[in-house]
Design a protein around this ligand. Structure first.
Ligand code: ADP
Length: 167
């Protein structure tokens, strides 16, 4: 809570962001006054896009969405939650595996920072099978990303990839 307003963080790798993530951010925005979609680093993952690139793509994807602000953080989630005086950490889950993993993370974060409660939202049926992994596979196969993330974000991805080819 900051100045009487509720604050939530929607954290993740977003490598890259998809409509599934966007749906969770928009649903969080209906529940809390301010939502920070935080692009973060999970040491266990190897990324296709750098944290700066992932933030840029997410910013384009969420441009104009009221009360959702895209940020990035290289620290721990519980620390970020403290810094932002967050009331909630909102995460999506698509299946039992996601759910079990998120429960474990929620417990860890609650021990470190009891003020920020983890809220798990079930994925929208439409996006059950949508993941960053599927998007990356499409990129590798040079296939269309339409219907997986917004046009502006696809354009950003294409700009990043064409710069890479040139250098
Ligand atoms: P992943 O690498 O699993 O796609 P991220 O770390 O970027 O994931 O995901 C951030 C959060 O978004 C996680 O809580 C994850 O379960 C959730 N998420 C990922 N894809 C979807 C989706 N299609 N619908 C709802 N939530 C999702």
């Amino acid at each position: 809570m900051k100045d009487g307003k509720t604050v939530a963080i929607v954290p993740g790798s977003f490598d890259p962001i998809t409509y599934g993530h966007i749906d969770i951010a928009k649903r969080a925005a209906a529940l809390y006054d301010t939502v920070y979609l935080a692009v973060m680093i999970n040491d266990q993952k190897k990324y296709t896009f750098s944290i700066e690139e992932r933030e840029r793509i997410a910013k384009r994807a969420l441009y104009g969405v009221d009360n959702v602000c895209v940020i990035s953080s290289k620290g721990m989630l519980w620390q970020l939650a403290k810094e932002l005086s967050a009331d909630a950490i909102v995460k999506g889950y698509r299946n039992q595996v996601d759910y079990d993993y998120e429960q474990k993370m929620a417990q860890f974060n609650a021990e470190k920072n009891p003020f920020a409660k983890t809220v798990l939202l079930e994925a929208n049926e439409k996006y059950y099978c949508l993941s960053s992994t599927v998007v990356r596979e499409k990129i590798n196969n040079n296939e269309s990303l339409e219907d997986m993330l917004p046009r502006a974000a696809i354009n950003e991805i294409n700009e990043i990839l064409s710069k890479r080819k040139k250098s």
